[in-house]
Design a protein around this ligand. Structure first.
Ligand code: PLP
Length: 383
């Protein structure tokens, strides 16, 4: 049985060219880039080329004394933790921290840890469209608001957030703004300078790069304190021996993906619309979550009211289709999605929602197969 992989927001398959770069860079046996000998200097050179490439492709400022910084991390989770903890730790006094109610757990839980440490945490309401409530956000600022964290686009619904308005509000109120762009990069235009945010999180394995590497882009002048200690690497911001092959492969993944960004977006959108139209044609009662909002081209969260999402996902799995029911919890089953709850959707919509997430390596034939498989299993699962 052929497996159809529609869970690309969880992780994407590595691109062959990126894989080759990763392997050849490993074989090259790059040495510790902090070493002073010729081999160390050679590794440093390659690492810094990768750093500038990732930063440049995402619109970081590379000019003289205004240069933005990019710190490589182990992925999006670490980048988000570093942004929240590192920026908050740079203030001599605790203050207010605002996040949205639909953030990835690596933002939500990091914020809750800061709350336990005395930060005044506020969570912005979400509209049923999947976008954050800008009026509510505006009402949450006070004189002590230090940092706001709102993602660029949501991993479960794909809904793109009104980040330009969020940035404008933050500037008005003198607060810093971090955005999690992990799912957005390559699926929409992402330019750090144009966005005007102070920090932006990235992850390689969502765009056909290797797992285990990500980055935080940090605007020149944005205060941030290291959360790890014991080394001088990456200007002391993220100490530890740098794993050269991973950032180098990451930079190749971004280069390849962004080089074909428009074609990739249009391919993903065609696939998503084919899937949405196919499913809605068969099951008119199905609900596409966030349908009225601008959404990422690769993500479709669709609900089949009165169908148990866990049973549906398992039946799809047996039929060879990989998808997701929201965030997995430790037991391996799925908790009710905090994102869909935050949107205030009816319980039957929340309970019947699954996520398909596509990649440029998926095909129209795979979409048609999934629609057909659904046509066979859904009648068996409907109450
Ligand atoms: N942020 C978002 C929006 C995500 O979807 C994910 C992963 O699914 C992460 C952060 C975490 O990234 P990583 O898996 O690289 O730690």
């Amino acid at each position: 049985m052929e497996t159809i992989y529609f869970d690309n927001n969880a992780t994407t398959p590595i691109d062959d060219q990126v894989f080759d770069i990763l392997v050849s860079t490993l074989q090259l046996g790059l040495k510790n880039p902090a070493s002073q000998h010729a081999l160390g200097r050679q590794s440093r050179k390659q690492l810094e080329i990768a750093r500038r490439q990732v930063e440049g492709l995402l619109g970081g400022n590379q000019q003289g004394s205004d240069e933005d910084a990019i710190v490589f991390t182990s992925g999006g989770t670490e980048a988000n933790n570093f942004a929240l903890q590192g920026i908050c730790a740079s203030f001599p006094q605790r203050g207010r921290l605002i996040i949205s109610g639909i953030e990835h757990p690596s933002v939500t839980i990091a914020a809750e840890v800061l709350e336990k440490d005395g930060w005044d945490l506020k969570v912005v309401n979400t509209l049923s469209s999947g976008k954050i409530d800008l009026d509510h956000l505006d009402s949450l600022f006070n004189d002590d608001t230090r940092l706001v964290s709102v993602m660029l686009a949501n991993n479960e619904t794909g809904v793109i957030q009104p980040i330009t308005d969020v940035v404008a509000q933050c500037k008005n109120h003198g607060a810093l703004i971090h955005t999690d762009a992990v799912q957005a990069v390559g699926k929409m235009s992402v330019n750090f300078q144009q966005l005007g945010v102070d920090a932006l999180s990235l992850s390689a394995h969502k765009i056909h790069g290797p797992v285990g590497v990500g980055a935080l882009l940090i605007k020149n002048g944005c205060p941030i304190t290291p959360v790890l200690h014991g080394g001088f690497q990456q200007n002391g911001l993220r100490p530890g021996t740098e794993a050269c092959p991973l950032p180098i492969a990451f930079s190749k993944a971004i280069e390849l993906y962004l080089h074909h960004q428009d074609a990739n977006i249009s391919r993903l959108l065609d696939l998503r619309l084919r899937l949405e139209n196919g499913v809605l044609g068969l099951f008119p009662a199905a609900v596409v979550v966030g349908q009225e909002s601008p959404r990422l081209p690769q993500t479709i969260c669709i609900s089949f009211p009165r169908v148990d999402r866990q049973a549906l996902m398992m039946a799809l799995d047996v039929a060879g289709v990989c998808c997701s029911t929201g965030s997995a919890c430790a037991s391996g089953s799925s908790e009710t999605s905090p994102v869909l709850i935050a949107m205030g959707l009816p319980e039957e919509v929340i309970e019947g929602a699954i996520r398909f997430s596509l990649s440029i390596f998926n095909t129209p034939a795979e979409v048609d197969s999934v629609v057909e498989i659904l046509s066979e299993i859904l009648p068996l699962l409907s109450e």
